[in-house]
Structure formats: C-alpha cells, structure tokens
Design a protein around this ligand. Structure first.
Ligand SMILES: Cc1cc2nc3c(=O)[nH]c(=O)nc-3n(C[C@H](O)[C@H](O)[C@H](O)COP(=O)(O)OP(=O)(O)OC[C@H]3O[C@@H](n4cnc5c(N)ncnc54)[C@H](O)[C@@H]3O)c2cc1C
Length: 508
C-alpha cells in the first residue's frame, strides 16, 4: 500500500462518480477509494425512485424544478446552489447513461419521467424501481476501466490526520482500519474527500442500511469542520411496517405518484386534512400527518392502499416493491400495506462551499454527508442522487485544477491493537440509543420531548463511562461513541430551531 494523491472515503454514488470524473480529468493522479463494507453496500444501492431532472422544456422548466426545491426546503435552501445543481441535472443524467446506466424508456423511446411528491411535473428519471442499484452497479463496472483508481473494500476510516499551520487546520491523510489484514494504518494524501453518506442508523426505524452511521460527520467534526442542519433528518412516510426490522423496506414515493392512497384503519384518506395536495404533499407534511394520526388512534401503523392501481402497470413499474410485499404475504390488489414513517435522509451535514470544500484545508465533503445548501429543511424527492452527482462533478473540476504537484514524503505507519471487546454490551447500548432517538427526536417532537431525549442520551452515556474508558479500541465502541456525538447534535440543533421559531412567533 502506498500514499496517494486523493483519498475518497465511501463507494456510493458520490464517491464513485467523483473517482471516475477525476480519473478522466487527470490520469496522472493516484486515487484510493476506501469503503468500510463491500463496495456495493451503500444508501445509493437502495434508492428506488430515481433522479430528478428537467428534460421536457415545453411543459416543464428549470425554474419550476428550482421553485419546487425551494418550497420543500422551507426557506433554508441556498438558491444559488439549487440553481447550479438543477441546471446541471440533464448533463449529469446523460453522463450516467454514457457510463452504462439503463434508464426506463417510454413508448417513444425517451427516458420515462414520473411524478413524485412535492414535484409540480413528472421529472423523475428512473430505472424501474431499482435506480440506485442500477447506478451503483454501472459505476462499479466503469471504475475498473481506470488503472489510477484503487478500491479498498472493508477499509474503514477511523480518524482524519490533521495538523495546525498558522492557525489553520490542514489535513494530511487518514487513519484506516483494514479488517482483512486486521491492521490499522495511517496513509497520507494531498486531498481527502468524505462521501460517507447519511446517519439513518442512529434511529430505530430507518430505511438506511447498517453502514449509514454518520461516520463522516463525526470524523469531520473532530478536526474542526463546521457541521450544521443535523436536526433536519427527513423521515420517509412510507416504510413497510415490520416490528424490529432494520433497515425497513421502503415503498417509494413514486407509488403515491402512481396513485396510491394513505388510509387509516377505517380506510379513510386523512392526509387531505393536513394539506390540499394530499398524498402528494412533501415528505415532512405527509410524515407529520401520519404521526399525528398514529398518536390520535393509538395504532402502530397506517396503510398504503394500491388496490385501485392497475396491476399490470404496478408490476411493470414496481417489480421490486411488488415482490417484497408478496414475499411478506400481501397481495397489492386485495390487501392494504402496513406503513410507518422512518428516518431516511440527512438534509444537513458538513458545511461546504460550491465546490464541496470544507473549512479544513485539503478536506472536501460530497453527497449525503455534506451540507451544500440544496435541501434546506427538507429534501425534495429524488434530489439527492442528483446533488451527489453534481457535487462530484464540481469538486472533481476543482481538485483537478488545484491539487499540488509536490510529492508526499511521509511514511505509512502501521500499528495499534484492536478487537471485538464487549461486543454484545455495546450493541445493546447502541440499540437503546436508537430507541431513544426514534421516540424523542422525531419530526414534530416538542421541546419538552427533545429535552427528555437529551437527558436520556446523556444518562445512557454516563452510565457506561467505565466500559468506554477501560476497554481498548474496538469498532463497535468507536461507532457507539460517534453515535452519541451525532445524536446529541441532532437533538441540540432541534431544540435550538424550535426555540428560534418560538421567539420569531412571539415577535410577529
Ligand atoms: C431506501 C432508500 C431509497 C432512496 N431513494 C432515493 C431516490 O429514489 N432518489 C434519490 O435521489 N435519493 C434516494 N435515496 C437517498 C440516496 O440514496 C442517498 O442520499 C445517496 O445514495 C447518498 O449517496 P452517497 O454516495 O452520499 O452515500 P452512500 O451511497 O450511502 O455511500 C456511503 C459510502 O460510505 C462508506 N462509508 C461510510 N463510512 C465510512 C468509513 N468510516 N470508512 C469508509 N467508508 C465509509 C459506506 O460504506 C458507503 O460505501 C434513497 C435512500 C434510501 C435509503
């Protein structure tokens, strides 16, 4: 193993597309992609709905896509960034096609565009209901064409190596745990890019896979990067309800776009009581309406009603969802499908500029772990794969132009013992923390509930201080301690936001 010019942490759509772009622009740069699990495992792989982008300029417009995004973001988007990303969407989608992604076509042979909640026009380009795995597979295939990119699976970055220079924090590389050779190494590079995805696994009910533990947020925070907006966790309204299941299976927004209704146990549609757009309101609104229905009715779930949707159409558009429901014993033509909201997407994250650069020198962040200003309070459906692709493009150009030519004269260090100490105890604590988060830090939680949640998190952490202090390094302990940091960030920022809203209301 050698030091490299660029280290990319994460092999989802953000990290993979950045590595390809960078290798295309500068084939003289050595690039290492570290990923903590198998290369395919990521949030990206599970994306169903698709990628938003305007292609029909007669009936739709960039401005409409921009307006829909700003409206979903509740006044907290950065309009310049929103415009930059949305204007870049068709080019990014066409680029994916060039790299081998097979998008679903309509009868005329054009890419089929469908409607999702919060969009004023059908503009979501997709690959049936498996867009993410189609994108992930194609990118993994594509990177094999570039000898300058090396993939390292089961390499988990556990620390960012930094130093102070004239008062500024400068990043020199990463500390990485190689679980195959069971060693820990420090590797140096000129640039490090975090593309580590979201943090859904902080919650008990989530659609995110096990890798989504917010590592990038904790790593960046520890070296002084600015992290903001962690309270804006998006809850997807329609996760398939199964007790104790993590991750939960998602029933895409596109199913509501195709006409599915949300009903309570009396089979009454209730979302219209909260918003005139009904089931096609933005996710925060639909989620809040379900949570309020659950509270009032004391039920554990509500239902998705697809019985009136033509079966053949459903089968053609949503083969994966159909197979999942059937596998669980539900016939979508006859049965109501049990659903609940689940933590789905992290709208905030590591604050970056228009090229993905953080306030720490040599550190970039792209994709779901970053806070670019695109999503504000609430992400518009299918805008996140787009944001990841667009920022991979912007930061690749910036890195290609600005990377230093100096060679790295540092020696790779290999050391430190680690093991799986007290694994069961630590996983139990993690599970307890997830439950607290799902109970006290949901969208719509009151200041009082959040404060109780914070106290419970603090008590849980203090109760186990001896275990944390007296065991040697283990991955589970490292993950758990990060989870405490991230949970507290989410709860604290939620309380601050509610207090701010309260003051604003009192003033007006
Ligand atoms: C079920 C589901 C459906 C979705 N549907 C859509 C959709 O239709 N449209 C849309 O736009 N978005 C959708 N999303 C959101 C979208 O998939 C994600 O926002 C996007 O894929 C994030 O890409 P990413 O590259 O930033 O992160 P990810 O794809 O999550 O990749 C993160 C990578 O970082 C690695 N990693 C993490 N920590 C470390 C570490 N410490 N060391 C090394 N590697 C590490 C992980 O192993 C992984 O490879 C969906 C998400 C889910 C969960």
């Amino acid at each position: 193993m050698e030091n490299v010019d660029v280290i990319i942490v994460g092999s989802g759509v953000a990290g993979l597309s950045l590595s390809i772009k960078l290798a295309e622009l500068r084939n003289d740069l050595s690039i290492a992609v570290f990923t903590k699990s198998d290369d395919f495992e990521s949030n990206t792989r599970y994306a169903q709905g698709g990628i938003a982008g305007v292609f029909d300029l007669k009936q739709d417009s960039f401005q409409d896509h921009i307006n829909d995004t700003l409206s979903a973001g509740g006044g907290l988007c950065n309009e310049e960034i929103v415009k930059k990303i949305i204007y870049s969407a068709p080019e990014r989608i066409l680029e994916l096609e060039k790299w081998g992604v097979d998008f679903t076509k309509n009868k005329a042979g054009d890419k089929e565009a469908v409607l999702e909640g919060g969009h004023s026009f059908p503009r979501v380009i997709h690959s049936k209901d498996q867009t993410g795995s189609e994108v992930e597979n194609s990118l993994l295939k594509k990177i094999k064409e570039f000898p300058s990119i090396q993939m390292y699976n089961h390499f988990r970055v556990i620390e960012l190596v930094s130093r102070k220079e004239n008062g500024t924090t400068v990043l020199d590389g990463v500390k990485v745990l190689d679980s195959i050779s069971e060693s820990i190494k420090v590797l140096f590079s000129k640039v490090v890019v975090l593309s580590t995805g979201g943090c859904g696994q902080i919650f008990q009910f989530t659609t995110n896979p096990k890798i989504a533990t917010g590592d990038g947020i904790a790593l960046a925070k520890k070296v002084g990067a600015v992290v903001k907006g962690m309270n804006f966790i998006q809850f997807h309204p329609t996760a398939f309800y199964e007790k104790e299941m993590s991750p939960m299976f998602l029933i895409s927004e596109a199913v509501r776009g195709a006409g599915a209704h949300i009903v309570n146990k009396e089979e009454k549609r209730f979302v219209f009581d909260y918003d005139v757009r009904g089931e096609l309101a933005t996710r925060d609104i639909v989620t809040k309406s379900i949570l309020s229905e659950l509270k009032n009715s004391n039920q554990e779930h509500v239902y998705l009603d697809c019985r009136h949707i033509e079966f053949k159409k459903f089968q053609r558009s949503f083969p994966t969802i159909l197979a999942y429901c059937e596998g669980k014993g539900y016939n979508i033509s006859h049965d109501l499908i049990p659903i609940v909201p689940a933590a789905h997407y992290q709208c905030g994250g590591i604050v970056v500029d228009e090229f993905g650069e953080t306030n720490v020198q040599n550190l970039f962040a792209i994709g779901e772990c970053s806070n670019t200003g695109m999503h504000g309070k609430n992400r518009l459906a299918s805008n996140s794969l787009l944001e990841a692709l667009a920022f991979a493009h912007f930061s690749a150009n910036k890195i290609a132009q600005s990377i230093s030519c100096k060679s790295i004269n540092k020696t790779i260090v290999s050391d430190q013992k680690w093991g799986n100490f007290f694994q069961d105890e630590i996983l139990d604590i993690q599970h307890e923390l997830q439950k607290i988060m799902s109970h006290y830090a949901m969208i719509g939680s009151s200041i009082h509930e959040l404060e109780i949640g914070f106290k419970k998190i603090d008590d849980l952490e203090n109760e186990h201080q001896n275990l944390f202090a007296n065991t040697a390094f283990s991955i589970d302990k490292w993950s758990l301690l990060n989870s405490f940091v991230i949970s507290k960030m989410i709860v604290n920022e939620s309380i601050s936001e509610l207090l701010k809203e309260k003051v604003e209301m009192e003033i007006s």
